[in-house]
Design a protein around this ligand. Structure first.
Ligand code: MN
Length: 199
């Protein structure tokens, strides 16, 4: 049975960038909802119950269509939100030298990477995510996914990502998604992203 991870900070800790009400609903209702539905879908499959969340996402095609869809949507939702909440901080840290060097190599500069990420996040049509992903050779790139799909299914490991579903920002930012993306960048903890990069 999967359980809702605790946040490393209080719901109000990311204000004024992310408001407490949005954080509370996002974590305690939306993220919890994905976990509840994933657990319900796994109830009848003892083989799947023995797998980690990452293993479920990587092996989803081996299950029957309804379980595969549940893993894609609700397993993806659990994975994506765990990463998303983990890379935000009221006291964001700096990127490691190793990550900075890789970003310079693959994007030319940190600013270029941020611009490409920003444009990706702003242009997701409908509900989805924008990501900074690492391929099997350690090369970084920007990716977009729809709904709760996850880059793991394309052999890319997400190390940073933003939720651009309206539930992530509508209470405070309404239709102004670019303002929300800017706010997210203000609380983005590059120290945690660096840890994800090294894993
Ligand atoms: Mn969300």
């Amino acid at each position: 049975m999967f359980q809702l991870p605790n946040l490393k900070y209080e719901y109000k800790a990311l204000e004024p960038f992310v408001d407490a009400k949005t954080m509370e609903i996002h974590h305690s209702k939306h993220h919890q909802g994905y976990i509840n539905k994933l657990n319900a879908a796994l109830e009848s499959n003892t083989q799947a119950q023995n797998l980690s969340l990452k293993e479920l996402l990587l092996q989803k095609d081996s299950f029957d269509p309804s379980l595969k869809t549940a893993i894609q949507n609700h397993g993806g939702g659990h994975y994506n939100h765990t990463l998303f909440f983990d890379i935000m901080s009221p006291n964001p840290g700096q990127a490691s030298k190793e990550l900075k060097d890789q970003i310079s190599k693959d994007f030319g500069s940190h600013d270029n990477m941020v611009e490409e990420f920003f444009n990706a996040a702003a242009s997701v049509f409908g509900s989805g995510w924008a990501w900074l992903v690492k391929d099997n050779e350690g090369k970084l790139s920007i990716a977009k996914t729809a709904n709760q799909d996850n880059p793991l299914s394309k052999d890319q490991t997400p190390i940073m990502g933003i939720d651009v579903w309206e539930h992530a920002y509508y209470l405070k930012y309404q239709n102004l998604r670019p303002e929300y993306i800017k706010a997210f960048m203000s609380v983005l903890d590059w120290e945690q992203v660096s840890k994800n990069f090294n894993e």
